[in-house]
Design a protein. Structure first.
Length: 262
């Protein structure tokens, strides 16, 4: 990939640090331990608050940033839900991921300063942001931050790799089960109900992410409902058989790694 150097006139998301801009409130944020290392001192939190800024809500349907756009910010999703996508050769889009509160967005652009995907809000969302220049200063002042960001990036790479292998090699029904189980685990990590949640994405988005047609996604969800593993009411999902859903997901994983313990 050709490296691009963002020019000040091109970047849409440039924010200058100044005393008039509202600072973050990391010390009272319920998902801060997903964005920041745990155990930060009050002094370190105060330093972080000075550099991180709150941004107005990103409205549903609005793009946080576009594909291959110069990026000078790192974002943390405070509340809401977003999706990442890249252009598809047929002229549509390929969904590459979904973002929940506590997720860091923009890490992919750190290497070249250019986004590799488009990020769109699936519901009204609130983000915190920090300029990449300020982030570099902040990691020097708060040593645990650099290690934390390295761990976050490593976990994200591993998660994407695992999901890519699973979704490319398991049956359609197991892909849908894996998708719901992954959402369940991510909700639980944020202190939200693990078995009762809303699908903020469309069935088309789910199909794009899983490599399935919308009809296959709908059939998969209907079959899970018929087997009494889930209950559905529109986009509202309630997992009624978490053990059964986990078994289906593990069965798909075991097919890729037969030597793994069951």
């Amino acid at each position: 990939m050709t490296s691009h150097t963002p020019q000040p006139s091109q970047a849409r998301n440039v924010v200058r640090l100044d005393s008039k801009r509202p600072h973050g409130v990391c010390s009272t944020c319920r998902v801060r331990e997903l964005c920041l290392p745990s155990g930060l001192s009050a002094a370190d939190l105060a330093t972080v608050n000075h550099y991180i800024h709150r941004k107005h809500t990103v409205a549903r349907g609005e793009a946080l940033f576009a594909y291959q756009e110069p990026l000078q910010m790192l974002y943390a999703l405070r509340t809401g839900f977003m999706k990442s996508s890249v252009p598809h050769p047929d002229g549509g889009e390929q969904v590459t991921g979904f973002h929940m509160s506590g997720d860091l967005i923009g890490l992919d652009a750190l290497a070249d300063g250019v986004t590799i995907c488009k990020v769109t809000a699936l519901q009204d969302s609130e983000i915190c942001e920090i300029s990449l220049n300020a982030l570099e200063l902040l990691t020097r002042k708060v040593a645990p931050l650099q290690r934390h960001f390295h761990r976050v990036m490593s976990r994200e790479i591993v998660h994407r790799h695992e999901m890519m292998l699973l979704l490319a090699n398991v049956r359609a029904q197991e892909r849908v089960a894996l998708f719901l189980l992954d959402l369940s685990q991510r909700h639980a990590a944020r202190g939200y109900p693990a078995v009762d949640f809303v699908l903020h994405m469309t069935r088309t988005d789910i199909g794009s992410y899983l490599g399935l047609t919308i009809e296959t996604v709908c059939r998969g969800l209907a079959q899970l409902h018929k087997e009494k593993r889930i209950e559905m009411n529109g986009r509202h999902i309630r997992i009624t058989d978490l053990a059964g859903l986990t078994f289906m997901a593990n069965r798909g994983a075991a097919a890729l790694n037969p030597a793994a313990p069951h």
